[in-house]
Write a protein that binds this ligand. Structure first.
Ligand code: G6P
Length: 496
C-alpha cells in the first residue's frame, strides 16, 4: 500500500469510526507499514469511501502513534491518536468489556468502571474536535458504531451547521439490559445529537426508541423522535412529554441493514486463479466428500463453542464420518488483551485439540483450525471450496460473512446454516436457520445441510443470491445518505 501526505483541506463528507481501514504494522525490514483492519465495519465502509471524495477519521490501531493526515489507495485518512491508557480504558475497557457484552445479550458479563467511562468521554470528545476541524461548512458527517456514541451530540454543540448521521453496526439491547448501564442517559443523549440514527434490524430501532421514551420521556412516532431544542429535563428520568409548542427537532431512528460489495466477491470467485486455489484447498484437505466452514473473529458472540459442541457430538455418535467430512474453522485474532477473549481462545483451542485428538487420523484432521486472518482472495477461495457455511452467532448485528459466502457462490451451490440471532437472518430467510443454543437442533441442521439434495441447494442459493445482490452495500449507504439528505432539506425548508 502506498501513502502520500495530502494538503490540509476541509471535506464535505466525513466518516468517523474507531478504526481506520488500515492498521499500522511493523514491516519485516523494521519500517512502518499498513495492513487491512479486521471486522465487518471496515469491509462495508471501504467501498462507500471509494465512491465519495470524503475523509475517514479514526484510530490506526496502535497506541501513541502521532500521524499527520495521509492518503492511501485513494482514501483520505485523518488519524486520531490514542494513548496506551486510552487503548486500555476506552477501547479494550469501555468499548469492548462494557458496551460490547452489554449490547450482545450479556453473553459475557459487562464490567462497569467509572475511569473507563471518563476515558470513553474524553476520546469521543477528541473525535468530535477532529471531525469539526476537518469539516467544511454544512458538511455531512457519518459517525459509526458503539465506540463513538457520544460524538453526535458533542459535534452538534461544536458545529450546529453540520448534518450528522450515526450508524450502529451492533445490536441495540432491550431496555431491561441497556438500563444496567450507569451512563445510559448520556449515551441516549449522545445518539440523539444525530439527525438520523441507523440500526441493523427493526428490533434494534425499537429498543432504542423505548430507551428514549423511558429515559427522556420524548414522544416517538414510528421512526420519528421529537427532541426539544432546549432540554429542560434534569437529565435523569423525565416521563412528561414535551410541552406543546416547544421548539423541537426531529431525529429519525430506523433500520438500514448493512451489506457487502457483492460484485467484488462474485468477480473474485470467477477469477481462474482463485478457483484453482479453491481446488488446491480441497486437495490439501484430502479431497473430503464434504467441507464445512466457519469464519469468525474469535469472539464469544459468534457461537464457535456451540458449533464445536454440535460437531463433536455428531462425530461421537457416528453421524458424521471424520474421513469424509472436515470442519475448517478460521478464527481471526481479535481484542487479544481482553480477558474474556483470552479465556475464549483457551477454551476453543482446548476443544479443537480434544476433538482432533479423538477423531483425526494420520493425514486427516477432523477440524482444520486456523488462528489467522486471511486476505479477501484466500477467503473467497475458501468460500468456493466449502460445501457448507456455518454461521452460529449467539448475537450479531448483521454478520457479513454469511453474505460474502452467498455472493461468492456464482455456481449456485453451497448451503448456508445461519443463526436466527444474526441480523442477516431477517433477509436470508432461505438459509437453514438455527437457534445455536439448541445443540440437538444444531446437529440436525448440520445433518440436513450435509444431506441436502442438489436441487434444493441450488434453489435456496439462488434465492439467497438474489437477496444479497438486490441489497448490496451501495444500496445501504445510498439509503442512509438519502434519508439524511432529505432530513437536511426538511430542516432547511422549516428554518426558512
Ligand atoms: C465489529 C464492530 C466494529 C469493529 C470490528 C472489529 O465489526 O462492529 O466496530 O471494528 O468488530 O473489532 P475491533 O475491536 O478489532 O475493531
Amino acid at each position: 500500500m502506498s501513502t502520500t501526505a495530502p494538503s490540509a483541506r476541509l471535506f464535505d463528507f466525513i466518516v468517523a469510526s474507531n478504526r481506520l481501514p488500515v492498521d499500522s504494522v511493523v514491516n519485516a525490514d523494521g519500517g512502518q507499514g499498513w495492513s487491512r483492519s479486521p471486522g465487518g465495519l471496515v469491509a462495508a465502509l471501504e467501498p462507500v469511501m471509494h465512491s465519495h471524495d470524503g475523509a475517514w477519521v479514526g484510530w490506526a490501531g496502535e497506541a501513541d502513534l502521532e500521524l499527520d493526515p495521509f492518503d492511501i489507495d485513494g482514501l483520505h485518512l485523518v488519524p486520531v491518536r490514542l494513548s496506551a491508557a486510552e487503548v486500555r480504558e476506552y477501547y479494550e475497557g469501555f468499548s469492548n468489556d462494557t458496551l460490547w457484552p452489554l449490547y450482545h445479550d450479556v453473553i459475557a458479563a459487562p464490567s462497569f468502571h467509572r475511569e473507563w467511562w471518563d476515558a470513553y468521554r474524553a476520546v469521543n470528545q477528541r473525535f468530535a474536535d477532529i471531525v469539526a476541524a476537518v469539516s467544511a461548512k454544512g458538511a455531512v458527517v457519518w459517525v459509526q458504531d458503539y465506540q463513538l456514541q457520544l460524538v453526535p451530540k458533542m459535534l452538534r454543540e461544536l458545529r450546529p451547521d453540520l448534518t450528522i448521521g450515526f450508524f450502529d453496526h451492533i445490536p441495540f439491547p432491550p431496555y431491561g439490559l441497556f438500563s444496567q448501564l450507569p451512563w445510559r442517559t448520556h449515551v441516549i443523549e449522545g445518539l440523539l445529537g444525530a439527525d438520523v440514527v441507523g440500526f441493523q434490524r427493526d428490533a434494534d430501532a425499537g429498543n432504542f426508541a423505548q430507551a428514549v421514551r423511558r429515559l427522556k420521556g420524548y414522544a416517538t412516532t414510528g421512526s420519528r423522535i421529537e427532541v426539544p431544542i432546549v432540554d429542560e429535563s434534569p437529565g435523569v428520568r423525565v416521563f412528561s412529554p414535551i410541552k406543546r409548542g416547544a421548539p423541537s427537532r426531529t431525529v429519525i431512528a430506523k433500520k438500514f441493514p448493512i451489506s457487502i460489495d457483492a460484485d467484488i466477491y462474485r468477480a473474485a470467485a470467477k477469477d481462474p486463479g482463485i478457483r484453482a486455489r479453491a481446488r488446491q484447498i480441497r486437495a490439501d484437505l484430502g479431497n473430503p466428500a464434504m467441507i464445512m466452514l466457519g469464519v469468525d473473529r474469535l469472539d464469544y458472540t459468534k457461537g464457535i463453542r456451540h458449533r464445536l459442541q454440535a460437531y463433536g457430538e455428531l462425530l461421537a455418535e457416528g453421524r458424521i464420518n471424520p474421513t469424509e467430512v472436515i470442519l475448517v474453522q478460521v478464527a481471526s485474532p481479535s481484542r487479544e488483551r481482553v480477558k474474556s477473549y483470552i479465556d475464549l481462545r483457551d477454551e476453543i483451542e482446548l476443544t479443537v485439540g480434544r476433538i482432533n485428538g479423538e477423531y483425526s487420523e494420520l493425514g486427516h484432521q477432523a477440524i482444520s483450525y486456523h488462528h489467522h486472518s486471511y486476505p479477501r482472495e484466500e477467503m473467497v477461495a475458501l468460500y468456493l471450496a466449502a460445501d457448507i457455511m456455518l454461521v452460529t452467532a449467539l448475537r450479531d448485528g448483521m454478520n457479513l460473512v454469511a453474505k460474502e459466502y452467498v455472493a461468492s457462490r456464482f455456481d449456485d451451490d453451497g448451503v448456508l446454516v445461519l443463526s436466527e440471532f444474526a441480523g442477516a437472518s431477517d433477509e436470508l430467510t432461505r438459509a437453514i436457520r438455527v437457534n445455536p443454543h439448541d445443540i440437538d437442533g444444531l446437529k440436525d441442521a448440520f445433518m440436513r445441510a450435509v444431506e441436502m439434495p442438489h436441487d434444493e441447494r441450488r434453489s435456496r442459493m439462488r434465492y439467497l443470491r438474489k437477496r444479497v445482490f438486490d441489497n448490496d452495500v451501495e444500496k445501504w449507504s445510498n439509503g442512509f445518505l438519502e434519508v439524511l439528505a432529505h432530513h437536511r432539506h426538511e430542516k432547511d425548508t422549516r428554518s426558512r
